[in-house]
Write a protein that binds this ligand. Structure first.
Ligand SMILES: Nc1ncnc2c1ncn2[C@@H]1O[C@H](COP(=O)(O)OP(=O)(O)OP(=O)(O)O)[C@@H](O)[C@H]1O
Ligand SMILES: [Mg+2]
Length: 362
């Protein structure tokens, strides 16, 4: 019996993609299967960045195909292709930016910026091209956390070149003006400055742009959530009720403007004493989990209250840079993976496929 594409497909069903909780065929990742005599070739395409998985997947795919009788050469290329996913209806995409992810909290000081940079670095470590936009005009912390000093260049006096830090593209009001200057800006000025940072930066081929949102859920936030083409939002909260209350407001704000909430990150969820290993729930327990069940959005993960997270981020070398293989980096990586998988599950953007209507006088 000769080898067929159907037989190859059938064999591939043995290869599970853990992140998607399904097999490689059902996930639609097996493309371009070709059978020539006894030889098989195919492409495996992830919809989210997954460089660390490529080798294992290639091996599993080859083993599955070789389990068929009479198979000769098997050639498999494994890669990822991150496409642009849908945003709020009627909001125009930003050139060179495929997917914008807003990181928001409601309450200040819960760890948005720290989470933003570590998630961005985790996505980049998996092979994505990632940018970070610091939307916190009153308290920009991305320059510090990415260890970037200096001012961005402008080639033409109109656009701004992104600043690079640990392989991430970034822009922040913190690069452009002195610390105290923005303090007196009112809402409309802030909105305009943010719009310029977003649209006049010459982003280069970003798979993801993470926006570190300012704390709060006021007018500035609503304007951002409405006018920026956001693929999805991540809500960061600490477990105590007062933070959760604000986090809920943030979540509702995104729902109101039809931005899907990708999930909740519970930060500073437990303190582990470095001396005795004793654990304490300083900010309460389980709040993020409750919120996740209440609103039917995933709990993406928990991060402990840990001195090294603070020291590393505040010194410009976030955990993903300072200790990329450590247990805390693993937590961020797992969260980043879930975020990327969620984004991959959102419908593709089709706005570019719609014909533009041309009215002609005949
Ligand atoms: N899991 C953690 N363990 C210990 N320290 C943390 C943790 N997460 C964040 N921090 C520290 O807490 C402080 C506040 O975090 P961060 O600046 O990320 O919060 P934020 O929500 O962005 O604040 P803001 O609302 O002011 O923008 C920082 O010094 C940061 O290093
Ligand atoms: Mg911040």
């Amino acid at each position: 019996m000769s080898l067929t594409i159907e037989a190859v497909n059938q064999a591939l069903k043995a290869v599970q993609i853990e992140e998607l909780q399904t097999d490689v065929v059902s996930a639609g990742m097996a493309k371009n299967i070709q059978v020539q005599g006894a030889d098989v070739s195919l492409d495996i395409v992830y919809g989210f960045p997954a460089k660390s998985q490529f080798d294992a997947t290639r091996k599993a795919v080859i083993a599955a195909i070789k389990s068929l009788p009479g198979v000769g050469n098997v050639s498999v290329s494994v890669g990822h292709k991150i496409v642009t996913h849908a945003v709020q209806r009627g909001v125009k995409l930003i050139p060179n930016v495929k997917n914008i992810i807003a990181v928001a909290s409601g309450k200040g000081g819960v760890g948005k910026s720290t989470t933003t940079v570590n998630l961005a670095l985790a996505l980049a470590a998996e092979g994505a091209t990632v940018g970070v936009l610091d939307a916190d005009i009153y308290g920009p912390s991305i320059p510090t956390m990415l260890g970037i000093v200096g001012r961005p260049e402008s080639v033409d006096g109109q656009t701004i070149e992104p600043m690079m830090g640990h392989g991430l593209q970034s822009n922040s009001i913190g690069f452009l003006i002195d610390k105290d200057q923005a303090m007196v800006w009112r809402g409309p000025m802030v909105t305009q400055a943010l719009d310029q940072l977003l649209r006049q930066t010459t982003w280069r081929d970003l798979d993801y742009l993470l926006i570190d949102m300012p704390p709060g859920t006021g007018d500035i936030h609503l304007t951002l959530a409405q006018n920026v083409p956001i693929t999805g939002a991540v809500i960061v909260t600490t477990p105590q009720e007062i933070a959760l209350m604000d986090a809920r407001k943030g979540l509702k704000m995104f729902e109101k403007v039809s931005v899907p909430v990708l999930g909740i990150v519970e930060n500073m969820s437990v303190y582990v004493c470095p001396d005795c290993g004793h654990t304490a729930h300083i900010f309460g327990q389980g709040g993020g989990g409750l919120m996740s069940t209440d609103y039917g959005v995933p709990l993406l993960g928990h991060l402990p209250l840990n001195l090294s997270i603070r020291e590393q981020a505040d010194a410009g070398r976030p955990t993903l840079v300072a200790d990329p293989e450590g247990p805390i980096a693993d937590l961020y990586k797992a969260i980043a993976r879930k975020v990327a998988v969620q984004v991959a599950g959102i419908a593709k953007d089709m706005s570019s496929k719609f014909p533009s209507i041309v009215v002609q006088n005949t």
